[in-house]
Ligand binder design. Structure first.
Ligand code: ZN
Length: 231
């Protein structure tokens, strides 16, 4: 059962270890906390956020969306992850919808989703979660998401990614395979997904959205890579 407890503590959803360093109250040590997050150690309790701010919101600025979600092969300058989410809890309350953005040096958007947007888990509720992310998860996040899905059987997660993050790296590929094996549906965003995401998550949705020229080619490029990794 010890193992189960530890799993429940993934991302500090339920507990915080005593010996863990707390983020400085004045927020003057963002780098150290960033490094801690890179190591994949749960480091914060739910109500105590790291100095790097996770931005949450209802709708994304259109210019930001076009830059961050562009499915170019090399993502220079894009050191954030944008995560748009829809959560269906099978209730009459309707869908939970919004987005998160992070800095890669701080807590990652995938982590923030579970600590900030869905901090409570009820095994009696079926959660159907869909993410549209600007890039696929890093190895540490992939491992943690897989653990969470194994521990929380009533959570179904689908991840649609605009780009594959560092897909040449063996540990990244292993992470994606682990996620896939844990029942997570992994897909690259098709041109239609970009249009849907624009309509659903971007401010001023009345503005027409023109896909960039090589959107479909880039999708097919990434889709081939992902298929190779997951086969
Ligand atoms: Zn990550």
């Amino acid at each position: 059962m010890q193992r189960e407890r530890e799993r429940e503590c993934v991302w500090g959803v339920t507990e915080v270890k005593e010996e863990e360093e707390k983020p400085a109250e004045n927020g003057e040590t963002p780098k150290e906390n960033g490094e801690a997050a890179e190591n994949g150690e749960p480091q914060v309790e739910p109500m105590e956020l790291p100095p790097f701010e996770i931005i949450t919101g209802d709708r994304i600025d259109p210019f930001m969306f076009k830059f961050q979600f562009k499915n170019v092969e090399y993502s220079s300058g894009r050191n954030k992850t944008f995560l748009c989410y829809l959560v269906d809890r099978g209730s009459a309350d309707g869908l939970l919808r919004g987005y998160l953005e992070d800095e890669h040096s701080g807590a990652h958007a995938e982590e923030a989703f579970f600590t900030q947007c869905l901090p409570d888990y009820d095994p009696a509720v079926k959660y159907t979660i869909t993410w549209y992310v600007s890039s696929s998860p890093c190895a540490a996040c992939a491992a943690k998401i897989a653990e969470l899905l194994k521990a929380r059987k009533s959570v179904k997660l689908s991840i649609f990614a605009a780009r594959l993050f560092e897909w040449e790296e063996p540990e990244i590929q292993a992470g994606l395979k682990t996620l896939h094996a844990a029942g997570c549906k992994l897909r690259m965003m098709k041109p239609l997904d970009f249009s849907y995401t624009w309509d659903t998550f971007v401010e001023g949705e009345e503005e027409a959205f023109n896909l960039w020229e090589d959107c479909k080619d880039n999708y097919e490029y990434y889709q081939d890579k992902l298929a190779d990794i997951l086969q």
